[in-house]
Ligand binder design. Sequence first.
Ligand code: HEC
Length: 197
Amino acid sequence: MSDPQHKPDTLKDDGHAFDGIQEYDNNLPRWWLWMFYLTIAWSIWYIPYYHGGGGKVGQAALRDDLAALAAERGKLSAGSALDEAGLRALTADSARLAAGKQLYAQNCLTCHGAEGLGGVGPNLRDRHWLIEPTMTGIVSVLEKGGRPGKGMASVAHLGTDNVRNLAVYVVALNRDGLKSNPAKPPAADEVEKPLDW
Ligand code: HEC
C-alpha cells in the first residue's frame, strides 16, 4: 500500500543521536496514529466510568459477582439440602440478608437484643459460642432449638428458607464487628471459637 504521506527515510536535521542510535524524521504510520486516537476516544468513556461512575473493578466487582452467584445458588437451592459450602455461599446474598434482618426483629430480638448483644439469650456478636460457629451449626440450633429448658425454641416452622435467611443474618451480625456486652458476658459453658471463615 502506498502512503501519500510517506517520505523516504530522512535523518533528523539536528542529527539527534543517542548511544549510537540516530533519530529519523518520519511520519508515524497511519495505523499507529489511529490506534493512538482510539485510545484517547476510549479514555473519554473509560476514565469517568471507572474512576467516578458505576464501573467496578477488583474486589468490588468480585463482591458483586459472588452476590449474583449466591443469589443464583439460593434460587436453585430453595428448600433443597445444602452442605456447609453451599450454606456459606448464601451469606453473600443481600436479599437473604434483608429477609433475615426482618425475621430477626420479629422472632429473636426479644431474647438476643436489637443489636445481637444478648439478653435472655447469649451475645451473638462475641467470640464465644455454645454451638459450632458454622452455617450448619447455626442452622441446626435454629431448626432444633437449644438445649432443653434453656429457652431457645426451634423456629423450624418458619421454613427451611427463612431459617437460612436468619442464619445469614446471624453471621452478618457477628461479622459486623465483635462487641462484648458487660451485661451479658460469655457463659461458663461457651467456648472461645471465633467465626473464622
Ligand atoms: C426466648 C428467648 C429466645 C428467643 C426468642 C431466641 N433465642 Fe436464640 N438462644 C436463646 C438461649 C437461652 C440460647 C442458649 C441455648 C442453650 O443454652 O442451649 C440461645 C442460643 C442461640 C444461638 C447459639 C448461640 C451460641 O452462643 O452458641 C443462636 C445462633 C441463636 N440463639 C439464634 C437465635 C435466633 C436467630 C433467634 C430468632 C429466630 C433466636 N435465637 C430466638 C434464647 C432465645
